[in-house]
Design a binder for this molecule. Structure first.
Ligand code: FCB
Length: 511
């Protein structure tokens, strides 16, 4: 089951969700006639951002680079997966994608034209170390070095996500993330990057959405390597927790100017009813899906994601790991796309026939995961994007305030926020994607409200600079603020991109 199927199944039952006012209190209710979850124009017009706010855009190596076998690059797990028949919609691959490997100057020119101050990209491990360990492929380093230089020259901060889901296949063949040794190999890789690029790149996030690639890859098998076992997920996630901290230390050792944060995927969890059981279930969801790699870093311990004690044995946890995992992240980056409605799955026969039992999704026809006992729905109270995700701008405010409160007002970066719409160029060559503009405008207004209420937010990254390879959905989804014609690689900045460029220049939304 891919992410879209999960969403579709969830929508069947979600309409009736009752939002209880507890941990995540529903904020100002929409006025009569207003679209549920939407933001009034007055809030948009008065939204303010701090001076020096970092307006940015994001991408990821496998999704945009192409050049999959050039200049000494090794095979990655996503190369292998997309080359396997039946794994990606339409048989799509990232072999060429947006060809950013060769066209990064053109893409940086777009960023500059749109007054961007931060570009979040990721590195391909197999370009730097083709088999994941051992000697360094200088041509890979040279590529990211040129990219960093070009960004700096354009006045744009290079924000490097070290790992956005593409593992050297040679390491997958050695067991992948459930193999604890991969934590050490990963830290070596991170140290190599910091050593060669740390004089110019100072903003590092070890992992993009660690929960997603460990769960989707090893827990339910819809991402490479396609394994479906809850134990494998637990082991993979534990290795990643160790790797995150080992990388933090390796980066700091190699570069005194480095700051290390994160790029977690998060979704605010609203309990389905006001019952204690549902509220506790929503808290378990929050712990499992939002905090599983954050709490371990800050406190050296797993958050309360499980009914009962964490299954340490299944995780492969060793005594002393609490010390290894703990590192003082310099800032927190997380994405917001949509919210979840969560209820307690224990003891009930669950008459609902859709949505998902367990951590988030389950293998086809799978049983409940015995550890979290939650039932998760993606609601449809607000309008939906063309990827089927509910648009709920108020979730941005709720999530930012919750993390701010729970982690003592850290520096926050929104590492991704965006939406899929399939608008194409019209006869005049423009891409009038007004729904995307509205999406970003309302989410930004809610972010500004969180800032006004005390959250220390310094950056926002729209996903994405260009339309690109959307994982198992191939090219069937478009998230870009720039349209890409994949037949000839022609880029057209969409109306939303032009609008976002004006916002970045003005530092407010009233443009
Ligand atoms: C996020 C991923 C990103 C992209 C967007 C749409 O979950 O980090 O790579 O797929 O969703």
């Amino acid at each position: 089951m891919n992410r879209r199927d999960f969403v579709r199944d969830s929508l069947l039952t979600a309409g009736s969700a009752f939002l209880a006012h507890c941990n995540l209190a529903a904020t100002a209710s929409p006025s009569r006639g207003q679209v549920p979850g939407s933001i009034a124009p007055s809030e948009i017009n008065t939204a303010r951002f701090p001076e020096g706010f970092l307006w940015g855009m994001a991408s990821a190596a496998y999704q945009v680079e192409g050049a999959w076998a050039e200049d000494g690059k090794g095979e990655s797990n996503w190369d292998r997966f997309s080359h396997t028949v039946g794994k990606v919609k339409g048989g799509a691959t990232g072999d060429v994608s947006c060809d950013q490997y060769h066209r990064f100057n053109e893409d940086i020119a777009i960023l500059k034209r749109l007054n961007q101050k931060s570009y979040r990209f990721s590195t391909s491990w197999a370009r730097i170390q083709p088999t994941g360990t051992g000697s360094v492929n200088q041509r890979g380093i040279d590529h990211y070095s040129r990219l960093a230089d070009a960004l700096l020259e354009a006045g744009i901060r290079p924000f490097c996500t070290i790992y956005h889901w593409d593992l050297p296949q040679a390491l997958e063949d050695r067991g992948g993330w459930p193999n604890r040794d991969v934590a050490g190999y990963y830290a070596d890789f991170a140290g190599i990057l910091a050593k060669h690029l740390g004089d110019r790149i100072t903003t590092w996030a070890p992992f993009n959405m660690p929960w997603t690639f460990t769960y989707y890859g090893y827990g339910i098998g819809v991402f490479p390597p396609g394994r479906a076992s809850f134990d494998q997920f637990l082991k993979a996630a534990h290795t990643v927790n160790l790797a995150q901290a080992e990388a933090f230390r390796a980066i700091k050792a190699a570069s005194s100017r480095a700051t290390v944060g994160s790029a977690y995927g998060m979704a605010p969890a609203y309990p389905k009813t006001n019952s204690e059981a549902d509220r506790a279930a929503a808290a378990r969801y929050h712990a499992m899906n939002n905090l599983y790699f954050l709490n371990t870093a800050i406190y050296g311990e797993y958050p309360k994601a499980f009914v009962g004690e964490p299954p340490y044995e299944a995780m492969g946890y060793k005594s002393g790991d609490e010390k290894i995992m703990r590192v003082p992240l310099d800032w927190l980056g997380f994405h917001y796309y949509t919210r979840r409605i969560v209820s307690d799955a224990r003891g009930s026969s669950q008459s609902v026939t859709s949505g998902h039992f367990g951590t988030e999704t389950e293998a086809e026809g799978g049983s409940r995961d015995p550890f979290t006992q939650i039932h998760v729905e993606v609601p449809a109270e607000g309008p939906l994007t063309e990827a089927g995700l509910e648009i709920w701008p108020r979730g941005m405010y709720d999530l930012v305030m919750q993390i701010s409160r729970e982690y003592n007002h850290p520096i926050i970066e929104i590492s991704e926020n965006g939406c899929c719409y399939l608008d194409t160029p019209d006869d005049s060559g423009r891409v009038p994607d007004n729904r995307r503009t509205a999406f970003h405008r309302e989410h930004l207004a809610e972010l500004a409200r969180a800032i006004a209420d005390g959250a220390n937010v310094r950056a926002y990254h729209a996903w994405s600079l260009v339309d690109n390879f959307e994982w198992s959905d191939g090219y069937s989804q478009r998230y870009g603020l720039t349209y890409v014609d994949f037949r000839n690689q022609r880029r057209t900045v969409k109306d939303s991109g032009l609008w976002y460029g004006r916002v970045a220049a003005a530092n407010h939304l009233n443009v």
